[in-house]
Design a protein around this ligand. Structure first.
Ligand code: BGC
Length: 888
């Protein structure tokens, strides 16, 4: 048998971690291995600092591949560490040792920071009022981006140089003129009054012996720029001007370490970025560029001293960034379409993205190029921007008139597919090249799926793109209008789907910190996290609505199932307990009548609305059940019975208040039946009756869905579970309004916020709320992976040690080709229908089992290349490749 091969070695969920907060990091890996029934029998990890071994676990007899915790010599800050892994197989044969990407410890103690926050002094033109540092001051004005710099000398070429950097606002760091790293919108969004994430970079190659220069540009971002829809308090949510914190460590051959830190020795000036803001856009005047400003020898006589800045109301806690950074990922050449009535030229990227454009152009000094961004064109072919609300989403470039020039904005992003480019006189579209650049948290892509249906393939692509476009530091609702908040229900209904598409583990760990910090003193989770800009007038944020505030419980549970990682659950368990207490205290009769502030019900459903108290109470059953399970996960056995009893009491109240003997649930809506069925609220006889009512409701709607955000996720899974998978496929293939297919027929390249974002009868929905890029309705993705392809997690074996494979074959779909890089390894599923037979090929990674459940027993089973006896319709397979033929 060939050796096992450890792959996808991760430290703290990262393939290449930048800096860590933990002194005892956790390691994970996946396995590859030929043949059948391969198993890991032991592992050994060695962690080294250069030549010095800090931890050698020795050979540990264990099949575990998840969350192995470092147990060596205590790790100091500011180290770059290598780790390697060897595993042994079922015959005690060792793998070749594999070196993982090095990981870095960050600055783990606040005392490691010697840098001070620095910012530009306010210098006021006569008659202008200072933007205040007071976060409750709402004035936002267009402000140029600050440049900051200092020279420093290195006595020799350092053997290692590391930069630790962050901003209140956004930063770009430069050393000797070279940009450090490729993160954009760093350091990302947190509640800057409580916590700011910093990034660490290896800059050894950039620092020379002798004279050097370090510089940074600062933008406003979420800190002082405009965020959200509240026009009267649009900006300055956390402060009035951006600030920088940076610490450079130079380590010499003899072990000496020198530090260059932000302090009063830096100088600042404003340059070509006239303003840059998420909602407004950016104006860049290339005539104001300062070539060489971040290089030694630059004349700074015009520059001013910086102010050592004391953040208000207190210095935030500094933590290493938890998730992979936001980066530029995919470029789309703009296709020229036509001249608009405005005189601008319309370009099409072919894909709705979050990001910005890069423009290559030639012009005269002072020529202005203007880019407006929109998701869609109106019936006349004009850019449609009414749905952006107050987001101006316009970038201006003013040329310097020197040959070929290139521009892309730095500290803004837009949600768009179409661009209207207004050119100066004398410049024609032939003189410019326009490219769209997508940005998002650069999480490892884990899944891919193709099918025999072009429409379903487009749906899969739309799901993936709405995820890309909305994973921007936090999981947002939409990237285009004046909103872009981390709305919790949107995220929870989509979370299982998102985990197939990308590795969302570290991203959720980061967002959970935001959620935790936003939690109110009475235990209420909030609707959005970070929460501050949503409620600028209230001193406390708005408590979460049912389905919204419940999101952390649901997502913690899913994180456990997908990654087999209980650390997140352990860390936040008491917060989840507090939320459940908050619900129970407000609703002593076990009906969730008091949703305290808001109850959005089945948000944006189409057709008859579901009863909001019914929806809320159903969600209470779900979260009480999940809390009972989570209590067991973290060994809080004392709590298990408590939540089980609570779930029973709420079920009883639900039955009494909402369910008739005939199984009709109050309101008689699709969502009512979906929630009751999927949350196992009903006893068996009523369950069967409710299932029949769900089918009746579909018939009454002529086979159309009628759900909103909370119902949508359950449609196809519940129909499959109640033995009506054909009805699930009917919904999938429906192309008439309302359906997923309807938006695709209209040319959608992302998931629409509303089923009726545009209809033949009514045209565009209300401009008040009509995004074409909201992922919630993309929640059907989990069913596509879990049931159409048949790659699902198993509650009994979290972290994909067991893969539940229950594919639902369908003639209309014809074939499926899917894989998912589970934490344990790559799972593959391909099926194709020919005549009355399905040929199904699967690959199960080493150390895992597939729990197969088919409707009909296979006619043949080939394991590896050997024909094998068929064990019936339900059986378990070890690792390896298998081909099954299954009668339809
Ligand atoms: C957001 C949603 C969110 C909802 C809650 C909307 O404005 O875009 O996605 O969940 O508000 O009411």
């Amino acid at each position: 048998m060939s050796k096992l091969r450890p792959v996808a070695l991760r430290c703290e969920h990262h393939l290449a971690p930048m800096g860590l907060n933990r002194s005892a990091p956790r390691f994970d890996w996946a396995l590859e291995g030929d043949g059948l029934d391969r198993r890991q029998s032991a592992w050994q990890i060695v962690v080294r600092n250069g030549g010095k071994v800090l931890w050698d676990s020795g050979k540990v007899p264990s099949a575990e591949t998840h969350q192995i915790q470092y147990a060596g010599i205590a790790l100091a800050s500011d180290l770059t560490l290598g780790w390697s892994l060897t595993v042994w197989d079922e015959n005690d044969q060792p793998s070749d040792p594999v070196d993982a990407a090095p990981f870095r410890t960050g600055l783990m103690s606040q005392d490691d920071w010697q840098a001070q926050w620095i910012a530009r002094y306010f210098v006021l033109p006569a008659g202008r009022e200072a933007p205040s540092d007071n976060p409750y001051d709402n004035k936002w004005q267009a402000r140029p981006a600050d440049h900051l710099r200092r020279d420093f000398s290195a006595s020799e070429k350092p053997v290692r140089a590391s930069a630790y950097v962050t901003a209140l606002g956004l930063y770009e760091l430069y050393i000797n003129g070279a940009r450090v790293g490729d993160a954009v919108m760093a350091p990302g969004w947190t509640d800057y009054h409580q916590r700011v994430e910093y990034q660490s970079y290896d800059v050894t190659d950039l620092v020379d012996s002798g004279e050097n220069t370090i510089g940074a540009m600062l933008g406003e971002g979420w800190y002082s720029g405009r965020v959200g829809h509240n026009q009267r308090r649009a900006g300055n949510h956390y402060g009035g001007r951006p600030a920088l914190l940076c610490q450079l460590h130079l380590e010499y051959a003899d072990g000496r370490v020198e530090r260059v830190v932000t302090d009063e020795h830096w100088k600042t000036v404003q340059g070509p970025v006239c303003y840059s803001d998420f909602l407004m856009g950016e104006q860049y005047d290339a005539r104001l560029e300062m070539p060489g400003w971040a290089e030694p020898g630059y004349d700074t006589s015009r520059w001013q001293p910086v102010e050592v800045f004391t953040p208000d109301p207190r210095a935030p806690h500094l933590e290493a960034s938890r998730a992979p950074q936001v980066r530029e990922t995919v470029r789309f050449p703009g296709k020229y379409l036509h001249k608009a009535k405005t005189g601008g030229h319309i370009y099409d990227l072919g894909q709705n993205i979050a990001g910005y454009c890069e423009l290559e152009l030639s012009g005269q000094s002072g020529d202005r190029f203007t880019l407006r961004h929109g998701e869609i064109l109106d019936g006349e072919g004009e850019l449609y921007v009414a749905n952006l609300r107050h987001a101006v989403a316009t970038d201006h470039y003013i040329a310097k008139g020197e040959g070929r020039e290139k521009f892309k904005p730095r500290f803004t992003f837009h949600g768009f597919r179409y661009v209207e480019l207004t050119l100066p006189a004398g410049v024609s579209p032939a003189d410019v090249t326009l490219t769209g650049i997508a940005i998002h948290n650069d999480l490892p892509v884990t899944g891919a799926m193709r099918t025999g249906s072009d429409m379903v393939n487009q749906l899969l692509s739309n799901i993936e793109w709405s995820q890309r476009d909305n994973f921007l530091s936090v999981p947002t609702d939409c990237p285009q209008r004046d909103e872009r908040y981390g709305w919790a229900a949107d995220a929870q209904v989509f979370w299982k789907t998102s985990g197939y598409v990308m590795d969302v583990s570290a991203f959720l760990e980061k967002w959970f910190e935001d959620i935790a910090e936003a939690q109110l003193p009475d235990g209420a989770f909030t609707d959005v996290a970070p929460s501050k800009p949503l409620n600028p007038y209230r001193l406390t944020a708005q408590p979460g609505a049912p389905g919204w505030g419940d999101a952390p419980v649901i997502m913690a549970w899913q994180h456990w199932l997908r990654y087999g990682d209980k650390a997140l659950v352990e860390k936040h368990f008491d917060r989840l307990v507090a939320w459940l207490k908050h619900i129970a205290d407000a609703n002593p009769d076990h009906l969730r009548v008091n949703a305290v502030y808001n109850n959005y019900g089945d948000w944006l459903s189409i057709g008859p609305a579901s009863d909001r108290t019914m929806v809320a109470t159903a969600y209470w059953v779900l979260v009480a059940d999940l809390m009972a399970k989570l209590s067991a996960v973290v060994d809080r056995t004392d709590m298990v019975a408590h939540y089980e009893a609570q779930a029973t009491a709420v079920r009883t109240a639900f039955l009494a208040a909402f369910v008739g003997d005939d199984g009709i649930i109050k309101g008689d809506t699709q969502t009512a039946y979906l929630l009751a069925l999927d949350f196992s609220i009903l006893p068996p006889d009523l369950h069967a009756k409710a299932a029949a009512h769900l089918l009746r409701k579909l018939d009454e709607a002529d086979g159309h869905l009628q759900t909103g955000f909370l119902g949508v996720k359950h449609l196809c899974p519940v129909l499959s579970d109640i033995g009506a998978p054909d009805r699930a496929y009917d919904l999938l293939f429906n192309e008439t309004y309302p359906s997923w297919g309807f938006s695709i027929r209209q040319g959608a390249t992302t998931i629409w916020e509303r089923w009726d974002g545009w209809t033949e009868e009514k045209g565009f929905q209300s401009v008040n709320m009509n995004s074409f890029n909201h992922y919630a309705y993309g929640a059907v993705g989990e069913w596509l992976y879990a049931r159409a392809a048949g790659i699902d997690w198993d509650e009994a074996a979290p972290g994909y040690s067991t893969i539940r494979m229950r594919p639902l074959f369908d003639r209309r779909l014809g074939w499926v080709d899917a894989h998912y890089d589970a934490p344990t390894g790559r799972v593959e599923s391909q099926w194709r229908i020919e005549g009355d037979l399905v040929t199904w090929t699967i690959a199960v990674p080493p150390n895992c089992e597939a729990a197969i459940a088919l409707v009909k027993a296979p006619a043949s089973l080939t394991a590896g290349d050997k024909a094998t006896a068929v064990p019936g319709a339900q059986f378990t397979l070890g690792s390896g490749r298998y081909t099954l033929t299954v009668p339809l």
